[in-house]
Design a protein around this ligand. Structure first.
Ligand code: GDP
Length: 444
């Protein structure tokens, strides 16, 4: 997981100071020494570390903190505030043109994830902002980049403007802009050429594309795994072409966090999005406060709720809730629920968004893999409608038949039925508790 080492060290430091009734300058000094080590180890830029420590120390030894009833908590709040500030403070929205189309240029080095992110961003623009994007394949140098974008376009059912690789990128973009006008696309997303290293020709080409029509956004796509190198790349691109924001990719990997924590301070450009996986829906808006909260082990419930809202079908959720209450939940519903949870992403990633979840041991085993769900699905689909509604009728011979029909073992069928029974029991208890609670509230 990203930030794992940093999170662990910072949380360890925080736990030491958390409950202290009194905090003196020496305590703060010691804490800051540990925080400094943690940040340096996470590959955060040295200058950034220095300024950060200075700011936190100054605020933490202030009168208000020392005299407060919960100084430990206050210090932690300051660390969180300053971590948030370090990453830009507020979430930075996309800037759209007042007169469409909005032009977004995607720039970056080869392999950073530029083409993939172009597809993901188009998906976000359509889903979240209701836009009608046109993707432009202007990376004519990397073998197969044009084809890759076309494939992504097909997958997303979004149009891709491509003219092959023999025409200059500037000409491609010029024609794409015309086409966007004709076909009323309100956003044009240009996948420009990456290179292995920053070079003059590349920068000139990007400047030429810029010259066609001033882009509303120039997003630099950088690989978070490259740590401080990502910061250097961002500085160079910013000086040469001018960028308006950064998209950090591969934050789902085990990056130490240096890039995320340094890039904003060094370049003064906001991180707008983060890539959290290879799939087309794995792009999240970057919220500095939520990220700080995650790093400090305080969870990220807001993102979790948004994820749930975006992926879980609300009508279905309401229907399930009703079934919980009336205890008319069947194995069909069980299957439905499993596939909804699956849509949220890997279970261990979801659990990590809950406050304190980092302390749960063995979380890495909490994976529901696709194979397992496929198996459960096969078992349930091999049952008759009567069995699905009334699993208590499933006797030994029925279990054998179901196992055979679904290509699984009788033990697996048993396990599933037990899981379902346990869940029903738990629901019964929970609804019972909720009803008792309601009655209590009504008492004078
Ligand atoms: P480009 O050369 O910059 O256009 O890079 P690509 O878009 O081809 O991406 C390079 C590799 O990184 C591909 O294998 C992508 O699937 C992968 N990739 C891109 N973004 C992410 C991300 O957020 N997480 C992970 N795990 N992989 C990513």
């Amino acid at each position: 997981m990203a930030f794992e080492g940093l999170a662990e060290r910072l949380q360890g430091t925080i736990n030491k100071i958390k409950g202290k009734g009194k905090v003196n300058e020496q305590d703060v000094k010691e804490m800051m020494r540990e925080v400094r080590f943690a940040l340096i180890e996470a590959d955060v830029n040295l200058k950034v570390v220095k300024t950060f420590i200075k700011k936190v120390s100054e605020r933490a030894v202030g009168q208000d903190v020392m005299k407060s009833l919960t100084p430990g908590q206050q210090v932690i709040k300051i660390v969180k505030d300053e971590l948030t500030n370090l990453m830009g403070g507020e979430q930075s929205p996309i800037k759209f043109a007042t007169k469409p189309p909005t032009v977004i240029m995607m720039v970056g080095l080869q392999g950073a994830g530029k083409t993939t992110t172009t597809g993901k961003l188009a998906n976000v623009l359509r889903k979240k902002y209701n836009r009608k994007p046109l993707l432009v394949a202007a990376d004519v140098y990397r073998p197969a980049a044009v084809q890759q974008l076309q494939t992504l376009g097909k997958q997303l059912s979004l149009p891709v403007f491509a003219l092959g690789t023999d025409i200059s990128p500037v000409e491609i973009v010029r024609q794409a802009l015309e086409k966007a006008k004709e076909e009323h696309h309100d956003v044009v997303l240009v996948d420009t050429a990456g290179r292995l290293h920053i070079d003059e020709n590349l920068m000139q080409e990007l400047k030429d594309i810029r010259g066609l029509k001033e882009p509303d956004e120039v997003f630099l796509v950088v690989d978070a795994m490259t740590g401080q190198d990502a910061v250097n790349v961002a500085e160079s691109f910013n000086e040469a072409v001018g960028i308006t924001g950064v998209i950090l990719t591969k934050l789902d990997g085990d990056t130490r966090g240096g890039a995320a924590l340094s890039i904003r301070s060094v370049t003064e450009k906001p991180i707008k999005f983060v890539g959290m996986g290879e799939k087309m829906d794995a792009l999240e808006q970057f919220h500095p406060e939520r990220m700080a909260s995650r790093i400090l082990g305080m969870g990220d419930v807001m993102t979790l709720i948004e994820k749930a809202q975006a992926t879980v079908d609300e009508d279905k959720a309401r229907e399930l809730e009703e079934k919980f209450k009336t205890q008319s939940f069947t194995l069909d519903d069980f299957l439905d629920q499993m596939s909804q949870v699956k849509k949220l992403g890997p279970l261990d990633e979801i659990l990590k968004m809950l406050p304190g979840a980092n302390k749960i041991k063995g979380l890495e085993n909490a994976k529901i893999d696709d194979k397992q769900i496929g198996h459960i699905e096969a078992i349930i689909l091999s049952m008759t409608p009567a069995e699905k509604t009334n699993p208590e009728i499933i006797n030994a011979s029925r279990r054998k038949r179901i196992a055979k029909g679904s290509g699984s073992s009788v033990q697996e069928v048993n396990r599933l039925i037990k899981q379902f029974d346990d869940m029903k029991k738990m629901m019964k208890q929970m609804t019972g508790m909720a009803q008792k609670g309601k009655k209590k509230m009504k008492l004078p």
